[in-house]
Design a protein. Structure first.
Length: 213
């Protein structure tokens, strides 16, 4: 199995966490997003969506979209499960994962920030406002959901789920970009707990072969 990834990519980080929790090894292929490698002809021939992560399984089948990849891993390696079996809890887990994956990440993705800077000529300050605004909107909703349903060491109880796979990288991005995360105590409690766990540590950006400080 191969994983095309970039150390600082939060979507790749989601998949790295899932792989580490399931104890599945994947050969790491670094795609330098800062250098624009994701837009090269060679890479687009693999992944037409020109992003990471991209997984190639042991049969040579390629697959994009972090949540689809995690779903595939869940089917191939069911233990430990990343989705609860109980229908409502499963749906709530996906609700939180999708809140991050669909409502926060896409509007703050690199290609969107490049468009704001290059096509709309927004200043650095305006770009930062944009980034912080959408992160705050999303994390406020995530916090409200955690407080409403109750959380344990993880978003949903005492075992990690796909919601934690999404939440930890998103918070890590917030920390890296100096966003104020104090309004989200539940989110931060889960984040700090996860940071102590070997699988999450193994998946962290600074543990990846392409890491650059
Ligand atoms: N929805 C996709 C998003 C993939 C994606 O765009 N990843 C970012 C990195 S976090 C990327 O490769 N961005 C490159 C760009 O915007 O040019 C997923 O969940 O995998």
């Amino acid at each position: 199995m191969h994983l095309y990834s970039f150390f600082n990519s939060s979507t790749s980080y989601r998949v790295r966490i899932a792989l580490a929790i399931k104890g599945v090894k994947a050969d790491y292929k670094g795609i330098d997003l800062r250098a624009g490698e994701q837009r090269s002809e060679d890479y687009r021939a693999l992944n037409p969506a020109a992003g990471v992560p991209w997984l190639v399984d042991d049969q040579g089948n390629g697959l994009g979209q972090s949540l689809a990849i995690i779903d595939y891993l869940e089917a191939l390696y069911p233990e430990p499960p990343l989705l609860p079996a109980e229908p409502l809890l499963r749906a709530r887990t996906l609700e939180l994962a999708n809140l991050i994956a669909c409502d926060i990440h896409p509007v703050n993705n690199l290609r969107v920030r490049k468009y704001l800077a290059n096509e709309l000529a927004l200043s650095e300050e305006q770009q930062e406002r944009w980034y912080r605004y959408w992160l705050a909107e999303g994390l406020a909703a995530a916090e409200a959901l955690l407080q409403r349903h109750g959380f344990g060491d993880y978003c949903f109880g005492d075992t990690p789920t796909v919601a934690d796979c999404c939440l930890v990288p998103q918070v890590a991005n917030g920390i890296r970009t100096n966003c104020d995360l104090t309004p989200y105590p539940g989110v931060m409690a889960v984040y700090h707990h996860c940071q102590q766990q070997p699988a999450f540590q193994q998946a962290a950006p600074d543990q990846q072969p392409d890491y650059k400080p």
